[in-house]
Design a protein around this ligand. Structure first.
Ligand code: PLP
Length: 462
């Protein structure tokens, strides 16, 4: 029997409201409204407990890159569960999947990225990277080098360290974050902050903010800079060309370690294996999660480039860090199969080849819509920014909740889009078929038309 068939939708909603606290949620608001219960999925489509189907424009949460129901991943998990469902990687033990996956990840990265540490979420991966950086500078005899810089609107997770790295206001004040060693600079958000300059000039200006921050804090105290190649949960902020090479130059100049958070951008999302390849820089440390198992298992990893790895490997000091699930064999086996399928079906580059170009073309057509200020697309990562006044790019007043209404209307049109403020975000499975790309664009356009209608009816839009 399908276990979810024990309860009907009404009962599940009531139990959910009574017992289940959801991430990033106003609990009392959701308890009143009731959660949408997702019960099954196939390919790029999900289905709720009331039988409605939606095209999943968000690949779950930027992760189900191979789509749902992929038999290869299901069989990999099943076989590993049968053979060895769990063993840890503490006390000088290893399991074949963990060893093979560490080698496979290293093989996908630039030369010298030979050392991989496993965790179970992107947050943990970034917390691991932060601790490894502090550990590194202590080993290097420079214990004063501890400050970490990231950006406004960054999202690096929810741990005390990774949450401090994140640059979204609601994640900070209520939790007394960020911790003292974390500093934020402006992000390279050309449409909102830089339209008085060309994108290239604004990109240089945004990179210069990093140099200013390093000089203000003191280069001898700055340990690292963390960035997502494209800021995802901040609103799919695609950096102007030239931004990242300049950031890399500045990091090198002041001996600041550079971390590429590839939790969203890694493994094909931007049209190449890694976001840093697409954006033109080489980091010292790479963190990854999400697409590593196509979302079928919780798994994350931190890969260390030659400089940090050499220090870790030569140290006599214990690296006293790591969790019960580090290198979980089932998760690692599923990740190995994910990478194999990605390679066989050429999915690492699909978002950069003809289907990705079709996705970009179809979404860019939506820029004509009177509600749309800007469409940003890189690979299969896209943002549709809603504005009250197209000519001047004026945003809607927050109380009009244009983004949230758009998200609800999208669902009514059978499409999952995420609203980040008034930026509608798309990151569909990388296997999205050409007809599904067209279907997604049609549904997005119908959603925008419906939004225009309701905003007009409410008198908040001409
Ligand atoms: C770029 C980035 N880093 C880190 C994280 C945190 O990952 P997790 O939710 O697995 O902790 C996310 C999650 O969305 C992310 O987008």
């Amino acid at each position: 029997m399908n276990p979810s068939a024990r309860y009907d939708t009404h009962q599940l909603r009531a139990l959910d409201a009574r017992h289940h606290l959801h991430p990033f949620t106003v609990f009392k608001e959701l308890a009143q409204k009731g959660a949408r219960i997702i019960t099954r999925a196939r390919g790029c489509w999900i289905e709720d407990s009331e039988g409605r189907r939606y095209l999943d424009g968000m690949a779950g949460l930027w992760c189900v890159n191979l789509g749902y129901g992929e038999p290869r991943l299901i069989e990999a998990a099943r076989a590993q569960l049968e053979e060895l469902p769990y063993y840890n990687t503490f006390f000088q033990c290893a399991t074949p999947p963990a060893v093979e996956l560490a080698a496979a990840i290293s093989g996908l990265l630039p030369q010298g990225f030979d050392s991989v540490f496993f965790a179970s979420s992107g947050s943990e991966a970034n917390d691991t990277a932060i601790k490894a950086i502090w550990y590194y500078w202590n080993l290097a005899g420079r214990p004063e080098k501890k400050l970490i810089i990231s950006r406004r609107r960054a999202y690096h997770g929810v741990g005390l360290g990774s949450g401090s790295l994140s640059g979204l206001a609601p994640m900070h004040a209520p939790f007394d974050l960020p911790l003292a060693r974390f500093h934020h600079i402006e992000d390279p958000y050309w449409y909102r902050e830089g339209r008085h300059l060309s994108p290239e000039a604004f990109g240089r200006e945004a990179a210069r903010r990093l140099e200013e921050a390093i000089l203000r804090l003191g280069p001898e105290k700055v340990a690292a800079f963390f960035g997502e190649p494209v800021q995802g949960a901040g609103g799919v902020i695609v950096p102007p060309p030239g931004y990242w090479p300049e950031v890399e130059r500045i990091c090198r100049r002041y001996d600041v370690l550079l971390v590429s958070d590839e939790v969203i951008c890694g493994l094909g999302r931007t049209g190449r294996r890694w976001g840093f390849e697409t954006c033109g820089f080489t980091p010292d440390i790479v963190t990854m999660a999400k697409g590593l198992t196509s979302g079928y298992q919780p798994l994350a990893a931190v890969a260390f480039g030659p400089r940090v790895a050499a220090a870790l490997l030569e140290s006599d000091l214990e690296f006293a860090h790591g969790g019960t699930w580090a290198g979980h064999p089932v998760a690692c086996r599923v990740a190995l199969e994910t990478l194999a399928v990605m390679e066989e079906r050429r999915l690492f580059t699909r978002a950069g080849s003809s289907p990705g170009k079709r996705f970009a073309r179809r979404l860019h057509q939506l820029a004509q819509h009177p509600l749309v200020g800007e469409v940003r697309v890189l690979g299969m990562l896209a943002a549709i920014e809603l504005v009250a006044d197209k000519r001047h790019g004026t945003p809607f007043a927050p109380e009009h909740k244009a983004g949230i209404r758009c998200r609800e209307l999208a669902l009514a049109h059978g499409l999952v889009m995420r609203a980040i403020g008034d930026v509608m975000v798309l990151a569909p499975p990388l296997v999205l078929a050409e007809e599904e790309i067209d279907e997604l664009a049609r549904r997005a356009e119908a959603t925008l038309d419906a939004l225009a209608h309701v905003l007009r009816q409410d008198g908040v839009w001409p």
